[in-house]
Design a protein around this ligand. Sequence first.
Ligand code: 13P
Ligand code: SF4
Length: 336
Amino acid sequence: MSIDYKAEIERLKAKLPVTVVGHYYQRDEVFEMADITGDSLELARKCKADANPWVVFCGVGFMGQSVKVIAPQKRVLMPKIACCAMARMIDGSYFDESVEYMVKHGIAKENILPITYINSDASVKAKVGEMGGMVCTSSNAYKIIEKGLQSGKKILFVPDRCLGQNFAIQMGLKSCVIGQTIDGKACDPKEADVICFNGFCSVHQLFTLEDIEFYRHKYPGIKIAVHPECDPEIVGASDFAGSTSQLIKYINELDPEQKVAVGTEYNLVNRMRPNGNTYVLSSTKPECPTMNETTLEDLYKTLKSIEDNAPINEIFVDEHTVKYANLALERMLEVN
Ligand code: 13P
Ligand code: SF4
């Protein structure tokens, strides 16, 4: 006999002291089951404030880990411990190498203020926390960089070069990317305010200038709205850039007749303004493969494992990592 996953999920949610959390990029059928939804900043905040001892997080690994770091007393399970490809681009040793690069180029370690995008492993957040640094998300990066600059130190921004560069441009700051050369010149930390690690999101790399030209030509007057994980040239050619929640707000406030092409993950864009005036800014289907891994069946099995007293896919973070990653996350929440 086949299981009615939706009905079973509802039954288990009503019975167990559990909160189901879903990022905007989840598949629709999974997203609809979530008690808490939002962008990565909102999810971190709301999970911290939530009273249930169990969290089942439908998202990517760093998100579940962040809940465990902010609220270590909670039991955090993930229906799929799917990994964000960008977060996988940096680990503790790559972080140390980036600090070393700056030191070799004349910046003393005590004059470096690291900021890590929340899309990073807890071990990287811990290293950032130990050096007095902070976490940021795409919705508060401006404020966090501004706060970081008040220290008078150079900012080391990891792992997303696009986010680091986009906010540096917006703030009138100079930036460079470790490992990239421009006109034959390597990144010189002495000449830049924000020194970026060379990481990126492969999903947000899919949006091109040709896509923007195509839509502007096809629908004169159309607005282009993108996520700041897109390349700086894409953000520069757009009308608006913002985190997933900021994109939703921007689009909801447009005249319903206003056409808009959106450069971010497919599931989110597909869910917005179902009146036919919202387009995916790509000829491809820009799905985040790992966000899409979670199915209703996975969610059901994870909830059932709590009922059966045999929890699966639990997130554990060691004490040292929790201590320092928490410092970096709490510094972010304080700024907010
Ligand atoms: P948000 O902070 O906008 O939720 O973005 C998270 C993410 O992974 C975007 O690709
Ligand atoms: Fe990571 Fe990109 Fe997926 Fe966001 S869309 S979770 S940055 S791989």
